[in-house]
Design a protein around this ligand. Structure first.
Ligand code: NDP
Length: 298
């Protein structure tokens, strides 16, 4: 495997563009580009003039992006060799990485008691350690460039918790904490770290989360809760209320073109009101609000 050195990034400093001057040829990597938020974000960054790499495991689902000039990258964020090879390829081809959008993720739903601990570990491998490993591989190059923007797609679920989502929320709370630490650590090197906290977004996320949840149902003591939460996840009327993924893509576009982006963007269906409710309500009052939303009996 070809290894990259910081010198490759240094060579690229002679490029006419850099993250700081918002020029036309910044290189961006978007994970989870085969669907939903990542797919729209890859298109948005390309429309802004970036060279965009779209990464995912299902490369067949990257073909439409590839037809439009986005460079497909086979990557499983839980596989160190695949992540390393992807980063090396980008550096070999473009000499730099200016924008990293850590977006790949899924919801492993189920009662804390029911989710096998190996599946809980996998949830962290994808949503937390995948994001962290990719970040570790890319920050040395951004430091050498003296610029870069890392955008971590967290969730409103990184600020509040719902029943049967404990493992998922734990990963997103972890993303929030890692992002805060990274922002402080990387500021001296001219690298921005920004968190996006989507609300309900119309993608494949909810049906995948419902699949995971229903897989825990057999013999579960939480059958009533599982039915209620899975029903809400599969509800067509809920789905219609969700925001389209373009709202997150546009937010990412605003972040990468801002002179000084905010540290956090809560965007999409119910993100702002629910985060505000969690902030002001006492724990038990918030529990009641969420329980009532799912129709839980007291
Ligand atoms: P989708 O299910 O539509 O897309 C998820 C993407 O993640 C897919 O491209 C998938 O690609 C990729 N992915 C999953 N596992 C891996 C893996 N091991 N390695 C590499 N890629 C992987 O969901 P969204 O677009 O909605 O989700 C994007 C992000 O937004 C996630 O982090 C999610 O938690 C977050 N989010 C979503 C919300 C929503 O309501 N939709 C709300 C709040 C946050 P592939 O399977 O091909 O590898």
């Amino acid at each position: 495997m070809t290894t990259t050195t910081p010198n490759q990034a240094t060579t690229a400093e002679s490029s006419p563009t850099s993250s700081a001057d918002h020029g036309a040829t910044r290189t961006a990597l978007v994970t989870g580009a085969s669907s939903g938020i990542g797919e729209d974000t890859a298109r948005r960054l390309q429309a802004l003039g970036c060279i965009v790499y779209g990464a995912a495991r299902r490369t067949d689902r990257l073909q439409a992006l590839a037809a439009g000039g986005i460079r497909p990258l086979a990557m499983d964020v839980t596989d160190d060799a695949s992540v390393t090879a992807g980063v090396n390829r980008i550096l070999e081809e473009t000499g730099r990485i200016d924008i990293l959008v850590n977006n790949a993720g899924y919801g492993s739903y189920g009662a804390i008691e029911d989710v096998p601990i190996d599946e809980a570990r996998r949830q962290f491998e994808v949503n937390v350690f995948g994001l962290a490993r990719l970040t570790q591989l890319i920050t040395p190059h951004m430091r050498t460039q003296g610029s870069g923007t890392i955008i971590n797609i967290s969730s409103m679920g990184g600020k509040l918790t719902t029943p049967l989502g404990g493992w998922y929320h734990a990963t997103k709370y972890a993303v929030e904490a890692l992002s805060d630490a990274l922002r402080m650590e990387l500021r001296p090197f001219g690298i921005d770290v920004v968190v996006v906290e989507p609300g309900g977004i119309r993608t494949e996320w909810a049906s995948i989360a419902a699949d995971h949840l229903e897989a825990t149902a057999e013999g579960s003591a939480y059958a009533d809760q599982i039915r209620a939460v899975a029903g809400a996840m599969r509800s067509e009327s809920n789905n219609r209320r969700y925001s389209p993924p373009e709202v997150i893509a546009r937010t990412v576009g605003r972040i990468v073109t801002a002179r000084r982006p905010r540290t956090r963007y809560a965007v999409g269906f119910m993100a702002k009101p629910l985060i505000a409710a969690r902030r002001v309500l006492p724990d038990r009052a918030f529990d009641q609000l969420i329980g009532a939303a799912f129709g839980f009996r007291r």
